[in-house]
Design a protein around this ligand. Structure first.
Ligand code: PLP
Length: 469
């Protein structure tokens, strides 16, 4: 049976269920599967006509078989994607001979995080029920993750969820997607401070051992293995479809922040999907692009951009790739990460980087270039993209200009209506919200505003849970 091990080697080896509920490993590392299940090329060749759910079932089962029966997994997958507004779940659109867009934003909150979090919500609920346990999820958000997490856990009996966002510093659409959810297990809190303050409060609550145990705190951040697993599916799904039409290997272009999404592409490739390149697309916060060019990982400050979900300083999921690059030696990972946190930049040898560059390429766009891609894409194809998707498309097109032979699938990570200001700036009109969200702006909101004060926030969580029990 496949088990999970930590990239830092000091945490216990766990089953899928325990890995999912644990989130981060107890040694500070990230859980990865002990080995990579394979899918034969012939079988991938036959997936071109299969439905998304069937492919998800096939891809995920070997990773979860210890804890979920085959039919149980299928039921969870069906429930995960029942609220998507297109039956394909992730439609693939062709813009040019060799350029495709994979639309990952048809879930309840209009961003690709729904694909992973809806699955995580179902899996959490299933395992907590079996164990007759309850948890309290707490998380900080700068916008997208919070609403996707709330949609995934609303109404779940065994979970209460608290999401902290910076007061008056998220967009109207983003705030309302969170605060108009009125289920009694959902608590929205606006903190009088920045996103970093919200994150510090969440970290401090986790570090308070008594509070953590009393409240049974749990995290669902982007390092959770179950989220990655759900994302592996759409690489194989889209890759199989394009190969079905062209019989060539494919490349993917991925607008990237925490490296979670593109790491899922790496897993798909490791499982047997013929991938030529994984292109890592960043905005001005380009730590990853600089790394793929130079081999040097160096932190810099975060600059706000019009693609805010990619405004990050450290790409936490990168540690999973590092583990493989170091021949799966946890000591080397631990030393490198400790050095990175304390002393600063690390550098990988040319011999390692040569291997890395065989599979990974990269590019970056600043805000003006991003606006220009939105404008050009609309003009040329009559297709409207959000700024995150545009960063990916810009890098994909630059790549195709030099490497025209291999089809590129560029991932569309958010619906344009989620970022109306940037889209309007580019094409002069505001994109419309899909019908089921059309009344978002008139729905009543419910949230509390709290000062940036740990004791007051903890007190709020305690009192709210008493009320909810
Ligand atoms: C979170 C997010 C990203 C970045 O995804 P990572 O997995 O962190 O690389 C890109 N685009 C959108 C719209 C997002 O919400």
């Amino acid at each position: 049976m496949l088990k999970y091990i930590s990239t830092r080697g000091q945490a216990p080896r766990l089953s899928f269920a325990d890995t999912t509920l644990a989130g981060l490993a107890s040694d500070g590392g990230l859980y990865v599967p002990e080995f990579c299940p394979k899918i034969e090329p012939g079988e991938i060749g036959n997936m071109g006509n299969q439905h998304y759910l069937e492919i998800a079932w096939r891809v995920i089962l070997p990773y979860v078989a210890e804890d979920l029966a085959s039919e149980e997994l299928f039921a969870l997958l069906k429930a995960s994607y029942k609220n998507f507004d297109v039956k394909e779940i992730a439609p693939l659109k062709q813009l040019e001979d060799n350029l495709y867009v994979l639309e990952l934003f048809h879930g309840p909150t209009l961003a690709f995080k729904d694909i992973a979090l809806q699955f995580l919500g179902q899996v959490f609920d299933h395992f907590l029920r079996l164990r007759e346990e309850r948890v309290t999820i707490i998380g900080a958000t700068s916008g997208d993750t919070g609403s996707a997490a709330i949609e995934a856990f609303r109404g779940k009996d065994n979970v209460n969820i608290f999401i902290f966002h910076p007061h008056k510093r998220v967009s109207d659409v983003q705030r309302k997607q969170m605060t108009t959810v009125t289920d009694p297990n959902v608590f929205n809190v606006a903190i009088e401070g920045s996103f970093d303050d919200c994150q510090d409060l969440v970290k401090a609550m986790f570090n308070d051992a008594t509070f953590r145990a009393d409240m049974q705190l749990s995290a669902i951040n982007s390092i959770n293995w179950a989220r990655i697993l759900a994302q592996v599916v759409y690489y194989i799904y889209a890759g199989a479809k394009v190969r079905h039409a062209t019989d060539k290997p494919v490349s993917f272009c991925v607008p990237t922040g925490n490296f979670g999404n593109v790491y899922a592409g790496y897993v798909a490739q490791s499982m047997g999907l013929p991938v030529e390149k994984l292109l890592v697309a960043t905005n001005r916060n380009d730590i990853l692009h600089r790394f793929f060019v130079s081999g040097r990982m160096k932190m810099e400050g975060v600059t706000p951009t019009i693609s805010p979900s990619m405004d990050i300083q450290i790409s936490s999921n990168f540690e999973r790739l590092l583990f493989d690059l170091f021949g799966r030696m946890p000591k080397a990972v631990e030393q490198t990460m400790a050095h990175f946190r304390k002393a600063g930049p690390f550098h990988l040898d040319d011999s390692v980087m040569t291997g890395v560059r065989k599979l990974f390429g990269s590019g970056r766009l600043d805000d003006n270039q991003t606006i220009e891609v939105i404008r050009r894409t609309h003009e040329k194809y009559g297709y409207v993209v959000d700024p995150h998707t545009a960063v990916g498309l810009g890098v994909a097109q630059a790549w195709l200009a030099d490497n025209p032979k291999t089809p590129v699938i560029s991932l569309a990570t958010a619906h344009p209506a989620k970022f109306p200001e940037a889209v309007k700036r580019a094409i002069g009109v505001e994109p419309e919200l899909p019908e089921r969200l059309a009344d978002l702006h008139t729905r009543p909101e419910k949230y509390d505003v709290l000062p940036n004060d740990l004791a007051k926030v903890q007190d709020f969580v305690r009192r709210s849970l008493k009320g909810a029990a």
